[in-house]
Design a protein around this ligand. Structure first.
Ligand SMILES: Cc1cc2nc3c(=O)[nH]c(=O)nc-3n(C[C@H](O)[C@H](O)[C@H](O)COP(=O)(O)OP(=O)(O)OC[C@H]3O[C@@H](n4cnc5c(N)ncnc54)[C@H](O)[C@@H]3O)c2cc1C
Ligand code: SF4
Length: 334
């Protein structure tokens, strides 16, 4: 499989990159590590005219603490996040999620956290070669009018399999989107559309600049299930955050549960998490109830398009959420 032709643009500064994006818009794509983008281009799934590389933009590669937040530049490598003491201690779920991404080669040499969040949704009916797809009717994502994953669906249901996004949403992260002369900050939980063709609420002239993770205390954890322990995407994953009461350290004051790889975006399950408010850290019965409720809610969104049967993935939602809650509680007690 060969890459289609494109013009490579190598800006030296963020301002130059934003100028190029403002000029070329839909005709251009940002190239970070390329571990998602170039694979899709080789399969003929997209053919951008221009690639705007972030290679020289060291100014987008950093991890720093500011007030009660951790700020991460979008071009920061997955390996740098795994190696960060600050993230291991104060955003444990993200560290655990990044350890699971792909393989060491993806983590160390290429993959970035920005590219991880913005990697395209996947579906085993679509993420195939040109040859494979040419043998049958086109689905919504290929310009057709049907969906192989859900009968009579009017839209694409391809699945977000980003480990990083699931963990970051559990941590309550926000993202900063930059365009020429403008910046806006968006809660990651509000960054998704409901269509797998264009799953992100980002304009063609915007660039993901920074990720802001609240670090005001609390204990987090991430769990995932994949076919293989390396070089594989999650087929179910869960990120959780437990915040403890200021007066009683063994009581949960607030919780967040996010289920990933089950829908067009990670699923932020606020109602299911709220059942944990006021519960003890040792209350595994409450964890089980919240995990089962998460399974029931996630099942309503899921379609069979990323491998394993849908029934199995749904059951495993409960297991992943339960394990993540137990792990976060254990960490909070330590
Ligand atoms: C074999 C294999 C296994 C994988 N396993 C996993 C896995 O287990 N878990 C997982 O989460 N991912 C996995 N991936 C997907 C991917 O490798 C990682 O998500 C990686 O972190 C993507 O980062 P990147 O910098 O290479 O992104 P790129 O490929 O450079 O970019 C991905 C997308 O984001 C856009 N983009 C990138 N940065 C920006 C920015 N700053 N602003 C605006 N747009 C931007 C690009 O235009 C592109 O559309 C796997 C990939 C492969 C090939
Ligand atoms: S979910 Fe449906 S429309 Fe989307 S890529 Fe898969 S088969 Fe195509």
């Amino acid at each position: 499989m060969r890459l289609p032709r494109f013009d490579y643009l190598g800006p030296d500064t963020l301002d130059e990159a934003l100028d190029l994006l403002a000029t070329h818009r839909e005709e251009a794509k940002i190239l970070a590590g390329g571990t998602d983008l170039l694979v899709r281009m080789k399969k003929g799934l997209l053919t951008p005219k221009f690639l705007i590389s972030l290679k020289a933009l060291n100014e987008l590669s950093y991890i720093k603490k500011e007030n009660d937040c951790i700020k991460i530049g979008a071009r920061t490598s997955i390996a740098d996040i795994i190696a960060s003491d600050l993230i291991q201690k104060q955003a444990r779920a993200l560290s655990q999620a990044c350890e699971k991404i792909g393989a060491v080669t993806i983590q160390h040499y290429r993959g970035t956290i920005g590219g991880n969040i913005l990697q395209n949704n996947r579906c085993h009916h679509y993420n195939q070669s040109d040859f494979h797809r040419s043998g049958r009717q086109a689905c919504h994502k290929d310009g057709g009018k049907i969906c192989y994953a859900r009968d009579a669906s009017d839209r694409c249901n391809s699945t977000c399999q980003s480990d990083g996004a699931t963990a970051l949403m559990a941590l309550g992260a926000k993202i900063v989107l930059a365009s020429k002369g403008h910046e806006r900050t968006v809660d990651l939980a509000n960054f998704y559309t409901t269509d797998g063709i264009m799953p992100f609420a980002i304009e063609s002239y915007e660039l993901l600049k920074e990720i802001i993770v609240p670090a005001e205390g609390g204990s987090s954890a991430y769990q995932r299930l994949a076919y293989r322990s390396a070089i594989d995407y999650p087929i179910v994953c869960a990120g959780v955050l437990l915040k403890l009461s200021a007066s009683q350290k063994n009581i949960i004051d607030d919780a967040r549960i996010v289920v990933g790889a089950m829908s067009r975006s990670p699923l932020f399950l606020a109602r299911e998490a709220s059942s944990l408010k006021g519960k003890k850290l040792t209350d595994t019965e409450a964890f089980k109830k919240a995990a089962d409720a998460s399974m029931n809610s996630a099942a309503a969104f899921a379609v069979h398009n990323v491998g394993a049967t849908l029934e199995y993935r749904c059951v495993m939602v409960s297991e992943m959420v339960f394990r993540a809650l137990k792990s976060a509680a254990q960490d909070a007690k330590a």
